[in-house]
Design a protein around this ligand. Structure first.
Ligand code: ADP
Ligand code: MG
Length: 600
């Protein structure tokens, strides 16, 4: 099965831990069997049989002789029993040392494997195209990376490591049983196929059940994530009862699924037990015959019987292993679903590296659609080096989509975008993205220092002086200096909170520092009050100098000086020109300008 094989690939780097775990377990169970088999001489001594160690059992007789003969004192039953007990005790202690070592190695194997899975999925996920993120709910993504990796690990914990132990215990026991009495062993072994036949149909249903369950868990995480990130919205619209309903619906679905699955998986235990007892009764019946006909000592039958019963727990666990396995496989399937999505690098066919551009960035009859829904239609524009292109239009007109095409977050459905005449699809993604910088409305600050936030992702590349120069140019230096630890103040989730204007200026400093020749401002100033807008605007003017800029803004004051203004409506350019030209045209732009002039 390919899924198993793919999981095994993750095991490969840890093969020696795996081998260590198996070896320790096999040695442990062999010692366990040896200790157990000493029940035969013990019982025979106790019951006063003719022979303490029965002959005719080949290597088994020799093993027993080697282990206990030195401790058997002729005519002194008590000393002999004590000797046998002592040997058993020593064997059991050594066995447990091995099992402990095996457990240690197994645990470190599991944890490392989970770590590898987690890291691999995260690494891959980050590199998936933007489209995947808008298709997939954040909660589902989080569930995959955090819980699914944990679940997938169980395949090693529960299934693999324990199965190795169970299997070696079963094999050791069977070898002993066959050596004691091949005929009785044969009777007792019908149990294995019986258990498999009963349990298999249950397992098949479980796998699909677990898969649905993982998705339902992801739904819970989704609601959770949406409420936490939108807590202001929820509170202001008094959406708590609505969210309660959504959460309990998801939570209830999960619980029902879990109960359904548990009901089914708990069946396998009792079924195994009943089958096992039936077989044990058969052994007792036929074994009694052997004892009556003096083919077997009573002590040997008792030991045999106990051994058969001891076969049950590992058999039961082994038959349940696939159940747990199904759960892990369902989680693994979801992980591999992420890993199977091609990353941007995998779908990127660009081969040319560019360091800059001299001529122009041009859209040539570009259309774009999400699925069947056209978002941009037949857009053509040329932005020469150093020009500012402004995009205006109502919300949903496609402005953000248009600028997303430039760094190839998404790719045109039709037409092409060229840089100095070269289709941007021929450029390598890293080199294209190094040319573009983005400042958008919602500035993300990472839970790190101001300095690290400005030099995001390239801490070592810029000197402190460079970071400060960028902050100065962004009108951010003054307020950063006033923070408790200046540039070393921690921002973000659990750090100092900044105002919208301050966050925006950090974002501008970020863009100034990397100094990209193409800059995208997507409503960078729309959320600001007048005072911070003046500071930000001032910073933006500095940012614009010498760059090709695409600016999306609601306030026309921001764009009045643009080299060209494009008015978008329902994905199409309906007007274009300079501010005076468009005003003179008396169309949509002029109406918009009129509206804004009427505002206080
Ligand atoms: N990930 C997406 N999937 C489907 N449709 C989308 C997606 N993102 C945006 N859209 C649609 O594309 C259109 C343009 O959106 P957008 O470019 O964000 O508009 P603007 O930035 O002008 O407000 C809208 O109708 C929006 O519903
Ligand atoms: Mg937008």
């Amino acid at each position: 099965m390919p899924l198993y094989r793919r999981l095994l690939a993750f095991l490969r780097p840890h093969w020696w831990r795996l081998v260590g775990n198996v070896v320790c377990n096999v040695i442990g169970t062999a010692l366990d069997g040896a200790a157990f088999i000493l029940l035969i001489p013990f019982l025979n001594t106790l019951l006063g049989a003719d022979q303490v160690v029965p002959g005719g059992m080949g290597w088994l007789s020799r093993l027993m002789n080697a282990l206990v003969l030195p401790f058997i004192v002729a005519g002194d039953k008590r000393s002999s029993l004590l000797g046998v007990i002592g040997v058993m005790l020593v064997l059991v202690v050594i066995k447990n040392v091995f099992l402990w070592m095996g457990g240690q190695i197994g645990a470190s194997l599991q944890e490392r494997l989970t770590r590898d899975l987690r890291d691999t999925v995260f690494h891959h996920m980050q590199r998936l195209p933007l489209g995947w993120f808008s298709r997939t709910k954040t909660g589902q993504i989080m569930a995959r990376i955090l819980t699914d990796t944990e679940q997938a690990k169980a395949i090693l914990a529960e299934v693999f490591a324990r199965s190795v132990m169970n299997l070696s215990q079963i094999i050791v026991t069977i070898v002993i049983l066959v050596r004691i009495s091949p005929r009785l062993a044969l009777i007792s072994l019908v149990i294995a196929p019986l258990i498999t036949a009963v349990i298999q149909p249950i397992l098949r249903t479980l796998r699909t059940g677990h898969r649905t369950l993982r998705n339902e868990y992801g739904e819970i995480t989704s609601v959770l994530q949406e409420v936490i990130s939108g807590v202001r919205l929820v509170k202001s619209f008094q959406g708590e009862p609505y969210e309660d309903k959504r959460f309990s619906a998801a939570s209830g679905n999960y619980t029902r699924g879990m109960i359904r699955i548990t009901r089914l998986s708990l069946l396998s235990g009792p079924l195994t037990e009943i089958l096992g007892t039936v077989v044990a009764m058969m052994v007792l019946w036929f074994g009694a015959e052997l004892v009556f006909s003096k083919h077997m000592e009573g002590g040997t039958l008792l030991t045999f019987m106990t051994l058969v019963m001891r076969l049950l727990p590992p058999l039961k666990q082994l038959s349940q292993a696939p159940t747990t396995g199904q759960q892990s496989l369902a989680a693994a399937e979801r992980l591999f679903e992420v890993l199977d999505q091609p990353t941007e690098a995998q779908t990127d066919h660009g081969t040319r590296d560019v360091a800059g551009f001299t001529g122009a960035l041009a859209f040539e009859q570009v259309s774009f659609s999400y699925g069947d829904e056209p978002v941009l239609q037949d857009i053509s524009l040329t932005a020469r080096r150093g020009e500012v292109v402004a995009l205006v239009g109502s919300s949903g007109a496609g402005k953000s989509t248009l600028v997303d095409l430039i760094p190839r977050f998404i790719e045109p459905t039709n037409g092409r975008i060229t840089l100095d005449g070269i289709d941007t699809r021929e450029l390598t993604l890293p080199s294209l993205r190094a040319l573009t910088g983005i400042v958008s409305q919602d500035t993300v600050l990472f839970n790190d220092t101001v300095r690290a936030n400005i030099a995001y992702g390239a801490a070592g590349r810029y000197t402190e002086a460079q970071v400060e120069a960028a902050a100065r140019a962004a009108n951010a230096h003054a307020f950063i200096e006033a923070l408790p630890d200046g540039y070393n103040t921690v921002l973000g989730e659990r750090g100092t909170r900044l105002s919208g204007g301050q966050r925006q200026r950090i974002a501008i400093a970020r863009a100034l520092l990397t100094d990209p020749p193409i800059l995208i401002l997507d409503e960078a100033t729309s959320a600001l009050d007048t005072e911070s807008e003046r500071l930000v605007q001032d910073a933006i003017d500095r940012l614009l100098a010498g760059r090709t800029v695409f600016v999306i803004a609601h306030r026309l004051s921001t764009i009045a000086n643009a080299s060209q203004i494009l008015v978008l409506d329902k994905g199409a350019v309906i007007e274009r020109g300079t501010h005076p030209e468009l005003l003179a045209l008396g169309g949509a732009y002029a109406r918009l300008a009129g509206l804004q002039r009427a505002e206080p």
